[in-house]
Write a protein that binds this ligand. Sequence first.
Ligand code: WTA
Length: 659
Amino acid sequence: MSSPINTMLIESRVFNPPKEFAAQARISGMAQYSALCEEAARDPDAFWRKMAESELVWRKPFTKVLDESDAPFYTWFEDGELNVSENCLDVHLNNGNADKIAIIFESDDGSVQTVTYGELHARVCRIANGIRALGYGMGDRAILYMPMSVEAIATMQACARLGLVHSVVFGGFSARSLHQRIVDVGARLVLTADAQMRGGRRIPLKEAVDEALGYEGGDVVRNVVVYQRAGGEVQWVEGRDVWLHDLEQNQPEQCEPVSVPAEHPLFVLYTSGSTGKPKGVQHSSAGYLLWTKLTTQWTFDATPEDVFWCTADVGWVTGHSYIVYGALAAGLTQVVFEGVPTYPHAGRYWEMIQRHKVTIFYTAPTAIRSLIKASEQEPMHHPGRYDLSSLRLLGSVGEPINPEAWMWYYENVGASRCPVVDTWWQTETGGHILTPLPGATPLKPGSCTLPLPGIDAAVVDEAGNELPTGAGGLLVIRRPWPAMIRAVWGDPARYRNSYFPEELRGMYMAGDNAQRDEDGYFWILGRTDDVLSVSGHRLGGTEIESALVAHELVAEAAVVGRPDATTGEAVVAFIMLKQAAPAGDEAETIAEYLRDWVAQQVGPIAKPRDIRFGNSLPKTRSGKIMRRLLRLVAEGRDIDQDTSTLENPDVLKQFSGVY
Ligand code: WTA
């Protein structure tokens, strides 16, 4: 970052909530925050009961709150029944808000469409009736592979209305990744689009679905519903493929919500872990909905007057929790954007905030960093050139935000008057866990501050003992919370082993390292496993390694992250070919070839930035790849660390060429 700001100075600065903000906030001042925390800690059962009764509409009231008898397989509100879509849509119609705008959709090319709660409800009902007419119902799994669109949101809501379990696959994943998820979740229905439009480019989606269904086991899918977004030719399988507009046509605009048990899986979302196979994170209906609604209201201090904009894609958990479920349950008006932040110019986000009078803006550090760079190169698209006076709150999610980027965001986007909420959470946590409350928490740039009420987070050592101030250790959550992951789809053992290791005696292990400061604030230090964060996207190093070694030229591969000023981390692959390590043009060609291979196997987002070739990989005498050393090599740093445990110390020198 070229900014001359001194990090140490920023880190020691504290920003108190602006008085006017605190005065009107839902949770105002630290005393109110502490009171809520105490209330939740004193009698969690009563606290969660009150929240669930007041925030959600139940079809059958629950009697029991939390059942821990089969820990770590917890259940919440288990004997209650509700419908998630009813809680996101019908409730607003019943409150006289049918004409309130639910979605302001802006497409890649800048055209705008607004959808009221009444219209969204009708659309969801028509799609749900169409899906039902095809023969799908409660408990069936549907895969979605769709662009950011009103249709994607409506389709997810339609699944929820019928009790179908959806699993959204991000459009940046390849046909192979899509296939793996279809088979694992056992989907009989796929919903996709002909193509997506991003930055003026047409990126086919249906084509990838056709390819995925051609691989082994892909024939479990009986129907493919296709939203016509981009036009142009698509292949068609008669009897299997259905246009979304045909599916909806002539369907009634009413569809009775199906009453589902509180623990009925709302969705499965695949995410990278520490093995080559992604984990299907399974979420519940009631507990998940409760927490996403509550956190939308708490963290964003959101009210029905706000215009909320979360820039995440529905393919990731942020899109699920804060676009499709949280924002709708809270009855907000939200902006949904199809495109990318730098098209047609680097001021697109600022222009959109100005155009739609956005009041709450929630984005990822990687976007902020790329826009800092872009506004240095294109000063006419600096945020200062736009009218951003509608903004009252800024948020950040997905990766640590470095203090310099935080300050730039605070000063240039928020004009030093909007609090910045740095929200720490995960696909598995369902919603925010550590975050400032904008009307209460004093902010420290670079820290996600404190746990939300009801969350018992701590930093512990490997035996589960709480660590003192300043000591780095494992970030854990000691008590269950309503939106926590319920299962790894089809693999209970993996759920237990990944998140509840025996040594930690029942605590949830996040997989992040953290430390706390003298005020108890949490500072995230990074992952404990080889999960990488590239442009805010969570990628498994092992997954990319598996893809590489599946190529006939490759004997062994190790993938690590290298810090990158814009994308957070960049993928670096160390590769041993079956032939001797190439150099020069040959290495260039093979590297390009392997990058395309990774794009095909995992997705373009996983393409290695740097490829380095060697005749072996650095290993310990027991045969473990020494990733710690590879990380230093990837960063171009000198190896001053002890290499005495290395079986073959000379190999490191070989990896000097970067392709
Ligand atoms: C990282 C995204 C620091 C962290 C919602 C976590 C963060 C992983 C933050 C989850 C933050 C997310 N500060 N690190 N505010 N938010 N992370 O599942 O390493 O895509 O474990 O969920 O992102 O990524 P996931």
